[in-house]
Design a protein around this ligand. Structure first.
Ligand code: GDG
Length: 485
């Protein structure tokens, strides 16, 4: 049962907290302006914004001087946002040093990439404390605070302490993890494993994309903290913390509506002419080692080497630059460039380039046209919390009924019946799935599309957000009722 805006508006105010505000600020002369940035979380919360109003609290991306802060604050306030300022050194160490170099690799089963440094851990604590202070200044009795992701795992506890000390009552805190939560066998590697668990356990409701992630979290609580758990709760410090599964989604109407615009129709027509007589496979990923781009390229190479007849096949791979200031990401760019060069050199001709590799982000209209023109979408994440690209492809395929080939290591594989599920590490298997997908009869493609589309149309970003908030409200009512007894 999803909450409506009225449910929240009737009592509490909702505050959403994430590491980054969803904006990029730009200065022209003395004036500041901003544009919305892209990414999984931004896409999901924009869908929620259509359903209910909230204030968004987060870091604006860099530090600003006092004069600029005044202008930026009022610009943000007009857009229901509020900034948490961090000095540049703290921000760098907290974001790149701890969140992206320790928690991110560990949560995606890459412990080899994890280098634990005390200075980064100190910065993570300082940054979470800065968020807690900023929030404590705006949170009122009875408000709902919804904290996002692995950057802010100490925040529930720090915020709770500040609220308790200042006598604030009835504030409910939710936290949602957008990445996988790894098996406790892996999680226990983390030197600060206790502090991180205790940090989130001060919340009232903890949300994960899949049941597996929730289960891993609960067994970490038992094994590391010795806490009592049930299938959907954990008892910590005399309180019962609810643990639930809330699979995220997209706003599918954004895609179906875009497909009706002249801009996208025009571009789609151009792409159809450009790729006439060829089959198109599309890939859209941030260039992150979790997205399995090298595995995808190797599988495509294998597929090409086995293909004896039929139309030419091209792979259009959008690889959005990401975290270029972290060493592992720079190495990845090098190896991906090398693979693309090798495969194009091996299979290309004057008339035919097998891989169109775009190492940049593309505009939304271009993205939708690319999704719509593609016969297959190939997702080979080696681990991925959910993966919204898979949903977006389905939302753009009402005409073509293309085939989704999806890694079993993406959270989306748990929900998207109708996709061809593959082990992304098995190059032969992915190559065979590509051949199968491209040869799939129209009736089978249509049936799979219908199944996929039904799910994507129902489990939207707004549904995800309102279900979480409804549950947080319910948890609060239950706690209030217990307090009266
Ligand atoms: C994290 C988790 C989880 C990408 N390239 C362009 C572009 N995008 C947009 C896509 C999509 C989003 O970025 C990517 O979302 P994903 O979910 O695939 O991946 P992450 O960014 O890693 O997100 C993930 C998500 O959080 C939500 O919980 O699903 O598992 O890792 O919306 O469309 N948009 C435009 N141009 C591009 O070139 N306009």
């Amino acid at each position: 049962q999803a909450a409506s805006e009225g449910d929240v508006a009737s009592g509490a105010h909702l505050i959403v907290v994430s590491n980054r505000l969803p904006v990029t600020l730009e200065q022209k002369g003395t004036e500041w302006s901003f544009k919305l940035s892209s990414g999984g979380l931004v896409s999901a919360l924009s869908g929620l914004k259509r359903e209910m109003s909230f204030t968004w609290v987060g870091w604006p991306g860099k530090d600003f001087g006092a004069d600029d802060r005044i202008k930026i604050d009022s610009l943000l306030q007009e857009n229901s946002c509020s900034a948490v300022y961090l000095d540049d050194e703290t921000a760098e160490l907290y974001y790149n040093g701890f969140a992206n170099s320790i928690l991110w690799p560990l949560f995606h089963y890459h412990p080899g990439e994890m280098i634990f440094e005390e200075t980064a851990w100190d910065a993570y604590q300082r940054a979470n404390e800065a968020f807690a202070q900023a929030l404590a200044a705006v949170v009122k009795d009875g408000d709902l605070v919804w904290i996002q992701d692995y950057h802010l795992m100490l925040l529930p506890r720090m915020l709770r302490a500040l609220l308790d000390n200042s006598g604030r009552r009835g504030v409910k805190i939710g936290w949602f993890l957008h990445t996988p939560f790894p098996s406790s066998e892996l999680y226990r590697i983390l030197p600060v494993r206790r502090q991180i668990l205790e940090g989130v356990l001060a919340a009232d409701l903890l949300g994960f994309h899949t049941y597996d992630y929730a289960r891993h979290f609960l067994s970490s609580c038992t094994r590391i903290l010795g806490l009592q758990t049930t299938g959907d709760s954990v008892e910590a410090g005399g309180r019962v913390v609810r643990v639930g599964t809330f699979p995220i989604g997209i706003d599918p109407s954004k895609f179906s509506e875009a497909l009706q615009t002249d801009e996208v129709k025009g571009r789609l027509g151009e792409l159809e002419r450009r790729f006439a007589g060829e089959k198109v496979i599309v890939g859209v990923d941030r260039l992150d080692y979790i997205k399995g781009v090298p595995q995808k390229l190797l599988a495509f190479e294998q597929f090409l080497s086995e293909r004896k007849e039929g139309e030419r096949v091209v792979l259009v791979q959008v690889a959005v630059p990401s975290r270029g200031d972290v060493e592992e990401y720079r190495q990845l760019i090098g190896s991906v460039n090398e693979l693309v060069g090798r495969i194009n050199g091996r299979f290309g001709t004057i008339e035919y380039t097998p891989i169109h590799f775009l190492h940049r982000s593309v505009g939304f209209a271009e993205l939708v046209a690319l999704y719509a023109v593609a016969d297959v979408c190939l997702i080979t994440s080696t681990r991925d919390g959910m993966n919204l690209v898979s949903y977006e492809y389905v939302a753009s395929q009402a005409q073509r009924h293309g085939v989704l080939v999806l890694s079993e290591f993406a959270g989306a594989a748990q929900s998207l019946d109708g996709a061809v599920i593959v082990n992304a590490w098995n190059i032969e298997e992915v190559a065979a799935a590509l051949a199968l997908a491209l040869a799939m009869p129209a009736a089978q493609r249509e049936a799979s599309f219908r199944t996929l589309h039904r799910y994507v149309a129902k489990h939207t970003a707004a549904y995800w957000g309102t279900s979480f908030i409804a549950e947080l409200t319910r948890v609060r009512q239950a706690a209030d009722a217990a307090a009266l007894l």
